[in-house]
Design a protein around this ligand. Structure first.
Ligand SMILES: Cc1cc2nc3c(=O)[nH]c(=O)nc-3n(C[C@H](O)[C@H](O)[C@H](O)COP(=O)(O)O)c2cc1C
Length: 327
Protein backbone atom coordinates (compact mmCIF):
# COMPACT_ATOMS: atom_id res chain seq x y z
CA UNK A 1 0.00 0.00 0.00
CA UNK A 2 1.53 3.30 -1.02
CA UNK A 3 1.68 6.29 1.31
CA UNK A 4 3.68 9.46 1.44
CA UNK A 5 6.71 9.85 3.72
CA UNK A 6 6.05 12.35 6.52
CA UNK A 7 6.47 16.01 5.66
CA UNK A 8 10.04 16.40 6.98
CA UNK A 9 11.22 13.25 5.17
CA UNK A 10 9.52 14.22 1.91
CA UNK A 11 11.12 17.68 2.03
CA UNK A 12 14.53 16.08 2.73
CA UNK A 13 14.06 13.73 -0.25
CA UNK A 14 13.10 16.61 -2.53
CA UNK A 15 15.98 18.75 -1.34
CA UNK A 16 18.33 15.90 -2.30
CA UNK A 17 16.59 15.36 -5.65
CA UNK A 18 17.15 19.01 -6.44
CA UNK A 19 20.92 18.45 -6.29
CA UNK A 20 20.38 16.98 -9.78
CA UNK A 21 22.29 18.42 -12.74
CA UNK A 22 20.33 20.69 -15.09
CA UNK A 23 21.06 22.64 -18.23
CA UNK A 24 22.72 25.97 -17.21
CA UNK A 25 21.70 25.00 -13.65
CA UNK A 26 18.20 26.24 -14.47
CA UNK A 27 16.62 23.63 -12.12
CA UNK A 28 13.47 23.60 -14.26
CA UNK A 29 11.37 21.29 -12.07
CA UNK A 30 8.25 21.71 -9.99
CA UNK A 31 7.06 19.08 -7.51
CA UNK A 32 3.47 18.88 -6.25
CA UNK A 33 1.94 16.70 -3.56
CA UNK A 34 -1.52 15.49 -4.44
CA UNK A 35 -3.21 12.97 -2.11
CA UNK A 36 -0.62 10.17 -1.71
CA UNK A 37 1.22 11.03 -4.94
CA UNK A 38 4.11 13.28 -5.84
CA UNK A 39 3.85 14.88 -9.29
CA UNK A 40 6.79 16.15 -11.34
CA UNK A 41 6.22 18.96 -13.81
CA UNK A 42 8.59 20.99 -15.96
CA UNK A 43 8.64 24.66 -14.92
CA UNK A 44 8.08 26.62 -18.16
CA UNK A 45 9.43 29.83 -16.57
CA UNK A 46 12.85 28.17 -16.43
CA UNK A 47 12.94 27.10 -20.06
CA UNK A 48 15.88 28.30 -22.19
CA UNK A 49 13.96 29.92 -25.02
CA UNK A 50 16.98 30.32 -27.29
CA UNK A 51 19.22 27.35 -26.46
CA UNK A 52 16.39 24.87 -25.99
CA UNK A 53 13.21 25.91 -27.80
CA UNK A 54 12.13 22.24 -28.22
CA UNK A 55 12.46 21.61 -24.44
CA UNK A 56 14.76 18.61 -24.80
CA UNK A 57 17.27 19.92 -22.24
CA UNK A 58 14.41 21.05 -19.99
CA UNK A 59 12.87 17.59 -19.89
CA UNK A 60 16.25 15.84 -19.62
CA UNK A 61 17.03 17.98 -16.59
CA UNK A 62 13.70 16.93 -15.05
CA UNK A 63 14.59 13.30 -15.85
CA UNK A 64 17.85 13.70 -13.92
CA UNK A 65 15.89 15.11 -10.96
CA UNK A 66 13.41 12.21 -11.19
CA UNK A 67 16.29 9.74 -10.99
CA UNK A 68 17.78 11.59 -8.02
CA UNK A 69 14.38 11.55 -6.31
CA UNK A 70 14.23 7.76 -6.62
CA UNK A 71 17.82 7.45 -5.36
CA UNK A 72 17.24 9.84 -2.44
CA UNK A 73 14.02 8.09 -1.44
CA UNK A 74 15.67 4.65 -1.57
CA UNK A 75 18.52 5.87 0.63
CA UNK A 76 15.99 7.20 3.14
CA UNK A 77 13.92 4.03 3.32
CA UNK A 78 11.29 4.55 0.59
CA UNK A 79 10.84 2.65 -2.66
CA UNK A 80 9.29 4.70 -5.50
CA UNK A 81 6.93 3.55 -8.21
CA UNK A 82 7.24 5.92 -11.18
CA UNK A 83 4.57 6.41 -13.79
CA UNK A 84 6.04 8.48 -16.66
CA UNK A 85 3.39 10.72 -18.16
CA UNK A 86 4.59 12.94 -21.01
CA UNK A 87 1.69 12.43 -23.40
CA UNK A 88 1.11 13.67 -26.95
CA UNK A 89 4.34 15.65 -26.89
CA UNK A 90 3.22 17.61 -23.81
CA UNK A 91 5.75 18.37 -21.10
CA UNK A 92 3.57 19.87 -18.37
CA UNK A 93 3.12 16.68 -16.33
CA UNK A 94 6.17 14.41 -16.56
CA UNK A 95 5.81 11.80 -13.83
CA UNK A 96 3.60 10.60 -11.00
CA UNK A 97 5.49 8.98 -8.13
CA UNK A 98 4.12 6.86 -5.28
CA UNK A 99 6.09 5.65 -2.28
CA UNK A 100 6.17 2.59 -0.04
CA UNK A 101 8.52 1.94 2.90
CA UNK A 102 11.55 -0.30 2.23
CA UNK A 103 14.80 -0.79 4.16
CA UNK A 104 17.75 0.70 2.25
CA UNK A 105 20.52 -1.72 1.26
CA UNK A 106 24.23 -0.98 0.86
CA UNK A 107 23.82 -0.10 -2.85
CA UNK A 108 21.03 2.38 -2.00
CA UNK A 109 23.24 4.09 0.57
CA UNK A 110 26.17 4.18 -1.88
CA UNK A 111 24.03 5.88 -4.54
CA UNK A 112 22.76 8.38 -1.97
CA UNK A 113 26.34 9.25 -1.03
CA UNK A 114 27.19 9.72 -4.73
CA UNK A 115 24.18 12.01 -5.19
CA UNK A 116 25.55 14.30 -2.48
CA UNK A 117 29.01 14.39 -4.10
CA UNK A 118 28.12 14.59 -7.80
CA UNK A 119 29.13 17.73 -9.67
CA UNK A 120 30.24 18.87 -13.13
CA UNK A 121 34.03 19.05 -13.38
CA UNK A 122 34.99 20.66 -16.71
CA UNK A 123 38.77 20.51 -16.13
CA UNK A 124 41.02 18.39 -18.34
CA UNK A 125 41.14 14.80 -17.18
CA UNK A 126 44.30 12.84 -16.40
CA UNK A 127 46.26 10.51 -18.64
CA UNK A 128 44.96 7.41 -16.84
CA UNK A 129 42.86 5.30 -19.22
CA UNK A 130 39.26 4.45 -18.33
CA UNK A 131 38.98 0.64 -18.28
CA UNK A 132 36.73 -0.94 -20.92
CA UNK A 133 34.81 -2.78 -18.15
CA UNK A 134 33.80 0.58 -16.65
CA UNK A 135 32.37 1.71 -19.99
CA UNK A 136 30.54 -1.60 -20.41
CA UNK A 137 29.09 -1.20 -16.92
CA UNK A 138 27.80 2.29 -17.76
CA UNK A 139 26.25 0.98 -20.98
CA UNK A 140 24.41 -1.64 -18.92
CA UNK A 141 23.08 1.01 -16.53
CA UNK A 142 21.54 3.15 -19.28
CA UNK A 143 19.90 0.11 -20.87
CA UNK A 144 17.70 -0.11 -17.75
CA UNK A 145 16.29 3.27 -18.84
CA UNK A 146 15.64 2.27 -22.48
CA UNK A 147 18.68 4.32 -23.55
CA UNK A 148 21.77 3.17 -25.48
CA UNK A 149 25.28 4.38 -24.61
CA UNK A 150 27.76 4.07 -27.47
CA UNK A 151 31.45 4.55 -26.79
CA UNK A 152 32.96 6.64 -29.55
CA UNK A 153 36.04 4.95 -31.05
CA UNK A 154 39.19 7.03 -31.58
CA UNK A 155 38.79 7.22 -35.35
CA UNK A 156 35.36 8.91 -34.95
CA UNK A 157 36.49 11.49 -32.36
CA UNK A 158 36.99 14.12 -35.11
CA UNK A 159 33.24 13.90 -35.81
CA UNK A 160 32.54 14.80 -32.17
CA UNK A 161 35.13 17.58 -32.14
CA UNK A 162 33.79 19.19 -35.29
CA UNK A 163 30.17 18.90 -34.06
CA UNK A 164 31.17 20.64 -30.82
CA UNK A 165 33.08 23.35 -32.68
CA UNK A 166 30.38 23.92 -35.29
CA UNK A 167 27.66 24.10 -32.65
CA UNK A 168 29.66 26.63 -30.67
CA UNK A 169 30.36 28.72 -33.77
CA UNK A 170 26.69 28.61 -34.73
CA UNK A 171 25.42 29.73 -31.32
CA UNK A 172 28.15 32.36 -30.82
CA UNK A 173 26.60 34.49 -33.59
CA UNK A 174 23.13 34.41 -32.00
CA UNK A 175 22.75 37.51 -29.83
CA UNK A 176 19.59 36.28 -28.11
CA UNK A 177 21.25 32.95 -27.29
CA UNK A 178 24.29 34.73 -25.85
CA UNK A 179 22.18 37.11 -23.74
CA UNK A 180 20.37 34.09 -22.29
CA UNK A 181 23.66 32.27 -21.66
CA UNK A 182 25.13 35.27 -19.84
CA UNK A 183 22.03 35.68 -17.70
CA UNK A 184 22.62 32.17 -16.31
CA UNK A 185 26.38 32.49 -15.91
CA UNK A 186 27.13 36.05 -14.87
CA UNK A 187 25.09 36.44 -11.72
CA UNK A 188 21.98 37.42 -13.72
CA UNK A 189 19.97 35.02 -11.52
CA UNK A 190 20.41 33.86 -7.93
CA UNK A 191 21.19 30.38 -9.19
CA UNK A 192 22.72 29.53 -12.58
CA UNK A 193 26.38 28.50 -12.87
CA UNK A 194 28.88 30.25 -10.57
CA UNK A 195 32.27 31.42 -11.87
CA UNK A 196 33.97 28.85 -9.64
CA UNK A 197 32.56 26.05 -11.86
CA UNK A 198 33.58 27.67 -15.15
CA UNK A 199 37.03 27.34 -16.69
CA UNK A 200 39.32 30.36 -16.45
CA UNK A 201 40.35 32.30 -19.56
CA UNK A 202 43.12 30.56 -21.50
CA UNK A 203 41.92 27.03 -20.67
CA UNK A 204 42.63 24.26 -23.12
CA UNK A 205 40.38 24.67 -26.20
CA UNK A 206 39.86 20.91 -26.03
CA UNK A 207 37.59 21.48 -23.04
CA UNK A 208 34.97 22.59 -25.64
CA UNK A 209 33.27 24.77 -23.09
CA UNK A 210 30.17 26.70 -24.17
CA UNK A 211 30.46 29.14 -21.29
CA UNK A 212 32.15 32.50 -20.73
CA UNK A 213 35.31 32.27 -18.63
CA UNK A 214 35.20 31.80 -14.91
CA UNK A 215 37.83 31.24 -12.24
CA UNK A 216 38.43 27.49 -12.43
CA UNK A 217 42.07 26.76 -13.32
CA UNK A 218 42.67 23.98 -15.82
CA UNK A 219 45.92 22.12 -16.48
CA UNK A 220 47.45 19.36 -18.57
CA UNK A 221 48.54 16.12 -16.98
CA UNK A 222 52.33 16.22 -17.29
CA UNK A 223 52.39 12.43 -17.49
CA UNK A 224 50.68 12.41 -20.91
CA UNK A 225 47.67 13.40 -23.00
CA UNK A 226 44.18 13.34 -21.47
CA UNK A 227 42.78 9.82 -21.62
CA UNK A 228 39.19 10.91 -21.97
CA UNK A 229 36.42 8.71 -23.29
CA UNK A 230 33.36 9.97 -25.13
CA UNK A 231 29.95 8.36 -25.09
CA UNK A 232 26.78 9.32 -26.87
CA UNK A 233 23.43 8.48 -25.27
CA UNK A 234 20.71 7.71 -27.80
CA UNK A 235 17.05 6.79 -27.75
CA UNK A 236 14.85 5.04 -30.33
CA UNK A 237 12.54 8.03 -30.71
CA UNK A 238 12.79 11.75 -30.13
CA UNK A 239 9.93 12.82 -27.89
CA UNK A 240 9.45 14.05 -24.31
CA UNK A 241 9.29 10.50 -22.91
CA UNK A 242 12.65 9.71 -24.56
CA UNK A 243 14.16 12.95 -23.18
CA UNK A 244 12.90 12.13 -19.69
CA UNK A 245 14.44 8.66 -19.96
CA UNK A 246 17.70 10.10 -21.32
CA UNK A 247 17.90 12.45 -18.31
CA UNK A 248 17.37 9.54 -15.93
CA UNK A 249 20.04 7.51 -17.74
CA UNK A 250 22.49 10.43 -17.72
CA UNK A 251 22.07 10.79 -13.97
CA UNK A 252 22.39 7.03 -13.41
CA UNK A 253 25.79 6.87 -15.12
CA UNK A 254 26.87 10.13 -13.48
CA UNK A 255 26.23 8.74 -9.99
CA UNK A 256 28.04 5.54 -10.94
CA UNK A 257 31.01 7.56 -12.21
CA UNK A 258 31.00 9.62 -9.01
CA UNK A 259 31.14 6.45 -6.92
CA UNK A 260 34.21 5.22 -8.80
CA UNK A 261 35.90 8.65 -8.84
CA UNK A 262 35.40 9.40 -12.55
CA UNK A 263 34.57 12.93 -13.73
CA UNK A 264 31.73 13.36 -16.23
CA UNK A 265 30.71 16.36 -18.34
CA UNK A 266 27.57 16.32 -20.51
CA UNK A 267 27.63 18.29 -23.78
CA UNK A 268 24.28 19.16 -25.35
CA UNK A 269 25.27 22.04 -27.65
CA UNK A 270 25.62 19.85 -30.78
CA UNK A 271 22.25 18.24 -29.99
CA UNK A 272 20.52 21.63 -29.68
CA UNK A 273 21.25 22.51 -33.33
CA UNK A 274 19.60 20.53 -36.11
CA UNK A 275 22.59 20.41 -38.46
CA UNK A 276 25.10 19.16 -35.87
CA UNK A 277 22.57 16.71 -34.43
CA UNK A 278 22.09 15.26 -37.92
CA UNK A 279 25.87 15.03 -38.39
CA UNK A 280 26.13 13.01 -35.19
CA UNK A 281 23.27 10.80 -36.33
CA UNK A 282 24.70 10.10 -39.78
CA UNK A 283 28.48 10.25 -39.33
CA UNK A 284 28.76 8.90 -35.80
CA UNK A 285 25.87 6.50 -35.37
CA UNK A 286 24.98 5.70 -38.97
CA UNK A 287 21.43 4.72 -38.09
CA UNK A 288 18.08 6.25 -37.13
CA UNK A 289 18.74 6.38 -33.40
CA UNK A 290 18.34 9.81 -31.80
CA UNK A 291 21.36 11.34 -30.04
CA UNK A 292 20.34 13.06 -26.78
CA UNK A 293 23.62 13.97 -25.08
CA UNK A 294 27.36 13.57 -25.53
CA UNK A 295 29.31 12.65 -22.42
CA UNK A 296 33.02 13.04 -21.64
CA UNK A 297 34.41 10.76 -18.96
CA UNK A 298 37.85 10.55 -17.38
CA UNK A 299 39.84 10.40 -14.16
CA UNK A 300 40.38 13.82 -12.56
CA UNK A 301 44.01 14.85 -12.13
CA UNK A 302 45.38 14.13 -8.68
CA UNK A 303 46.34 17.74 -7.98
CA UNK A 304 42.81 19.06 -8.51
CA UNK A 305 41.07 20.65 -5.53
CA UNK A 306 37.41 19.74 -4.95
CA UNK A 307 34.87 22.14 -6.47
CA UNK A 308 32.38 24.09 -4.34
CA UNK A 309 28.75 23.01 -4.88
CA UNK A 310 26.60 24.99 -7.33
CA UNK A 311 23.57 26.80 -5.81
CA UNK A 312 20.06 25.35 -5.63
CA UNK A 313 16.59 26.85 -5.25
CA UNK A 314 15.01 26.47 -1.80
CA UNK A 315 12.55 23.57 -1.43
CA UNK A 316 9.69 26.04 -0.84
CA UNK A 317 10.21 27.38 -4.37
CA UNK A 318 9.83 23.98 -6.02
CA UNK A 319 7.37 22.05 -3.81
CA UNK A 320 3.64 22.78 -3.62
CA UNK A 321 0.54 21.03 -2.39
CA UNK A 322 -2.48 20.83 -4.63
CA UNK A 323 -6.00 19.49 -4.27
CA UNK A 324 -7.13 16.51 -6.37
CA UNK A 325 -9.53 18.84 -8.21
CA UNK A 326 -6.64 20.76 -9.90
CA UNK A 327 -5.09 19.41 -13.10
C1 LIG B 1 20.37 18.36 -19.87
C2 LIG B 1 21.71 18.91 -19.43
C3 LIG B 1 22.52 19.57 -20.36
C4 LIG B 1 23.77 20.05 -19.98
N1 LIG B 1 24.59 20.61 -20.95
C5 LIG B 1 25.85 20.99 -20.61
C6 LIG B 1 26.76 21.46 -21.60
O1 LIG B 1 26.44 21.52 -22.80
N2 LIG B 1 28.02 21.82 -21.21
C7 LIG B 1 28.42 21.74 -19.89
O2 LIG B 1 29.57 22.07 -19.60
N3 LIG B 1 27.56 21.32 -18.92
C8 LIG B 1 26.30 20.93 -19.24
N4 LIG B 1 25.45 20.46 -18.26
C9 LIG B 1 25.86 20.47 -16.86
C10 LIG B 1 25.17 21.62 -16.09
O3 LIG B 1 25.71 22.87 -16.50
C11 LIG B 1 25.33 21.41 -14.56
O4 LIG B 1 24.66 20.24 -14.20
C12 LIG B 1 24.75 22.55 -13.75
O5 LIG B 1 25.47 23.73 -13.98
C13 LIG B 1 24.78 22.26 -12.23
O6 LIG B 1 26.10 22.03 -11.80
P1 LIG B 1 26.51 20.66 -11.09
O7 LIG B 1 26.30 19.56 -12.09
O8 LIG B 1 27.97 20.86 -10.74
O9 LIG B 1 25.64 20.47 -9.88
C14 LIG B 1 24.20 19.95 -18.63
C15 LIG B 1 23.37 19.28 -17.69
C16 LIG B 1 22.15 18.76 -18.10
C17 LIG B 1 21.30 18.00 -17.11
Amino acid sequence: MSRLPNDATLRAIIELACRAPSVHNTQPWAWAVRDTMLLLRADPHRKLLHADPNERDLVMSCGAALHELVVAAAGMGWACTVHRTPENGRTDLLAVVTFSPREPDVADLGRLAALEQRHTDRRQVSSWPVPRERLDHLAGLVRDHAVVATTIPDHLRPVVVSALENARAHQSTDEAYLAELYSWTRGGTEDGIPESSLLAAGSDPASYTRFPSGTLADSHDEAGPSAEEWLVLTTASDDPLSWLRAGEALDAIWLSCTTSGLALVPYTQPIEIGSTRRTLQHDLLGDNSCPQVLVRIGWPQRAYQPLPPTPRRPVDDVLHHESSASS
